[in-house]
Design a binder for this molecule. Structure first.
Ligand code: ZN
Length: 317
């Protein structure tokens, strides 16, 4: 049988103020804002998508920004760290860049004897890392401030904390086409495609408190499936596992199903296409507020309820 799940599609998190979020991810990290839209289930809240140049699956970090939201807590049953992939030679550059913008970061740490990682957090406390490696063949993207040879290629891995790893591991391997790639200590790395952008690390952390949703925490992770037919097949597998998936929902840039994995993390399975160029020219992705058809008649009120934000990169050279 062909593979129904190919890897990571996107990660969606909750943040504080919208402008601070754009400044951090576009300004400091240099990701491209590939879509500025609203939460389709609550259109008075923005939904920002950041990624590589075209926002390909495996590069997309998205946010629901809420001004003044109370911080959440990292913990069990939560995806706590999202790791971006950068070239090995950019280690000094990134350490200096994070310092220049007063972003506290840990010293480089080895993982699995192959990865060199630096941990830091965004302004809301969302766990992030850079992994320095030469295994990633994807192209970078730059607005001009970060030399393209140092730019982020997309995700490398994500890190989920669990009470025990087995039930989540079984779901990944039995229903979501993942394989165990490597394990060490309490870290088990799975992937549907054995390449940067697709690694899912399950950490066995029985001694940690449970995570609490709030600012600086992840709302869900989405896995990629090729098309509508493969999505329905995955949905059938999830039904058989009694995990109560939602119906297929239209998210304009992909269609989605959602279900909660046994450890408590909300999982989504999203189609690879049609992608972010469906309602904007690829040269102009993220420039204007895009609304799904059902909200177009309410554009004026929606725009009024959203904070004005701008992409001004002059302070982030
Ligand atoms: Zn999603």
């Amino acid at each position: 049988m062909s593979q129904l799940v190919t890897g990571i599609h996107h990660v969606t998190a909750i943040s504080g103020g919208a402008q601070k979020n754009i400044d951090f991810y576009c300004g400091i990290l240099g990701l491209r804002l590939v879509k500025k839209t609203v939460n389709f289930d609550a259109p008075d809240v923005y939904h920002f998508y950041y990624g590589n140049e075209m926002g390909n699956p495996g590069s997309i970090l998205t946010f629901f920004p809420y001004e003044g939201i109370i911080a959440g807590r990292h913990g069990k049953g939560m995806l706590n760290t999202t790791t971006f992939s950068v070239p090995l030679a950019s280690l000094d550059y990134w350490q200096q860049r994070l310092s220049k913008f007063n972003i506290a970061h840990k010293d480089p740490e080895e993982r699995f004897d192959t990865d060199l990682v630096v941990y830091f957090e965004d302004p809301d406390g969302l766990g992030l890392e850079l992994v320095f490696n030469d295994d990633d063949t994807r192209n970078g993207f730059t607005y001009g401030n970060i030399p393209i040879e140092n730019s982020i290629r997309g995700f490398y891995n994500v890190e989920i904390w669990e009470e025990g790893y087995e039930r989540t591991a079984n779901l990944l391997t039995d229903q979501l086409d993942h394989k165990l790639i490597v394990e060490k200590g309490n870290r088990f790395r799975f992937a549907a495609t054995n390449a940067p952008g697709n690694f899912v690390d399950i950490l066995c952390t029985p001694d940690k408190l449970r995570g609490l949703a709030g600012g600086g925490t992840v709302h869900h992770i989405a896995f990629a499936t090729p098309d509508a037919a493969s999505q329905l097949e995955v949905r059938n597998r999830i039904l058989k596992r009694m995990l109560n998936p939602t119906p297929v929902l239209d998210r304009n840039y992909f269609t989605s199903i959602y279900f909660r994995e046994p450890g408590g993390v909300l999982f989504e399975v999203a189609t690879a296409g049609p992608g972010f160029a469906v309602d904007e020219q690829k040269e102009h992705l993220g420039e204007s507020l895009k609304l799904p058809q059902q909200y177009e008649p309410h554009r004026q009120e929606i725009e009024k309820s959203l904070a004005t934000v701008k992409l001004d990169l002059n302070n982030y050279k």
